[in-house]
Each structure stands twice: as structure tokens, then as C-alpha cells.
Ligand binder design. Structure first.
Ligand SMILES: [Ca+2]
Length: 223
């Protein structure tokens, strides 16, 4: 079998044989080329297409704050001012005329007072007397300053746990003051790890109710 100008000089049978071989080789080349394309494309994408519902759920999940970072989100007005000033508050019990707002009124002479009674020649209070304030914003709490009562009874301020949180049902310990404090003492508390919080709470953690009375004149909270 001959190719080129000699091709036209060959016999018809040889021409058909030559054409057949050429077409066969071409088909084999196209076959292997197709297999190569399929293998190449199959390696580029593995996975399953998401439905519209699955795609929506995925986008919602990506847009949500991780649950373990929920206490880091600052909401509302913070700034450098005293965040506790004239804010809503509460306390576990009251002695008449000594309500919780006296601790956030800017007056360092008056004070709050939980209930008490006289027993065995001593004043007694209640278990875990406590007081809290709603800052009305969730701020990174950096400093809490507590001003003790100035006229007497400074040592009542002892074993005070300071907790903060975004709700009163999910408070975390910020600091602890063992005391006892002196009259008029100013106690500064900074959390070991700064946390974002809307509520600040003080509680005497003491099983002995003698002198377990929460007194303090003022509290300031700064972010
Ligand atoms: Ca006051």
C-alpha cells in the first residue's frame, strides 16, 4: 500500500483498505479523546446540588451569630459614662425607705438596705441578699465601682459575688469581694475576662445570716 501521489496509482481494493484503516484510527482517537474529557470533568466537582430549602437554611446558619459568641454582641448605647446611673433596679428585700434606686441616684450619702431582724442580741438578714441593675444596653463591662455606706456598718459588705449577664437568668461571675469593707470604702471590680452584659448583680454569699444585710451607697458601671 502506498500513500501521497502513489495513492492514486494503487488498485481500488488497496484504496478502500487504506481509507478504512484511516477512518478506524480516527474513530479510536475520538473515542479516547471523549474518555479523557469525561475523566477530566468528573474530577472537578464532587457533591450534590442543594435544594432551595437547603440553600436557604445554609444561608440562615451562616448569617447567625455563633451561640458561644452571643455574650459578645454590643447592643445599645455604651460610651464612657456611668451606665448604671438612674437605671431600673431591684433587690431581694427592702427595709422601708431604702429602695434599690438609692444605689444609682448619684448621691453618695444615702444607701440601699435589705430587710433585717433582731435575734440573739444581733441584727440578722436573709440568705443571699442581693441587688441588681438593668443597664438597658448590652455593653463590654470593664469596671464596676461600689461605694460602701459611710455612716456605719461597713463590715456588712463582705463575701459579695458580682455577676453580670444579658439576662438575670444567665449571669456569670465577674468578681468576688471577700472583705470585710470599711465604712465609705470604694471597691473596684474588673472581670477576669471582659464580658458584654446588660445586667449587673451583687449578692452576699454567706450561710450565716448574722449581719447578712446588703448595704451600699452607690454603684457605677463603666464600659
Ligand atoms: Ca446613693
Amino acid at each position: 500500500m502506498k500513500f501521497g501521489t502513489a495513492f492514486f496509482q494503487t488498485k481500488p481494493v488497496e484504496k478502500l483498505l487504506c481509507i478504512g484503516i484511516s477512518v478506524g484510527i480516527l474513530i479510536i482517537l475520538v473515542f479516547f479523546l471523549a474518555i479523557g474529557i469525561v475523566i477530566y470533568n468528573s474530577g472537578r466537582c464532587h457533591g450534590t446540588a442543594l435544594t432551595d430549602t437547603q440553600l436557604k437554611q445554609l444561608m440562615e446558619a451562616l448569617n447567625q451569630e455563633p451561640s458561644d459568641n452571643s455574650d459578645r454582641k454590643i447592643v445599645g448605647s455604651c460610651g464612657k459614662k456611668n451606665l448604671a446611673f438612674q437605671k431600673k433596679c431591684g433587690q431581694s428585700s427592702y427595709m422601708d425607705g431604702y429602695e434599690c434606686g438609692l444605689a444609682v441616684d448619684g448621691n453618695f450619702s444615702n444607701y440601699i438596705h435589705t430587710k433585717f431582724f433582731w435575734k440573739n442580741n444581733a441584727y440578722h438578714g436573709e440568705s443571699n441578699p442581693n441587688w441588681w441593675v438593668d443597664l438597658e444596653s448590652s455593653c463590654m463591662i470593664k469596671l464596676i465601682k461600689i461605694y460602701n455606706r459611710k455612716d456605719c456598718c461597713g463590715t456588712r459588705f463582705r463575701n459579695v459575688e458580682v455577676t453580670i449577664g444579658n439576662s438575670l437568668s444567665s449571669m456569670k461571675v465577674c468578681g468576688f469581694y471577700h472583705g470585710s469593707a470599711a465604712k465609705g470604702e470604694i471597691i473596684s471590680i474588673s472581670c477576669r475576662e471582659p464580658m458584654v452584659a446588660r445586667y449587673v448583680k451583687l449578692a452576699i454569699k454567706d450561710q450565716n445570716t448574722e449581719e447578712a444585710i446588703l448595704n451600699f451607697a452607690e454603684i457605677q458601671v463603666f464600659s
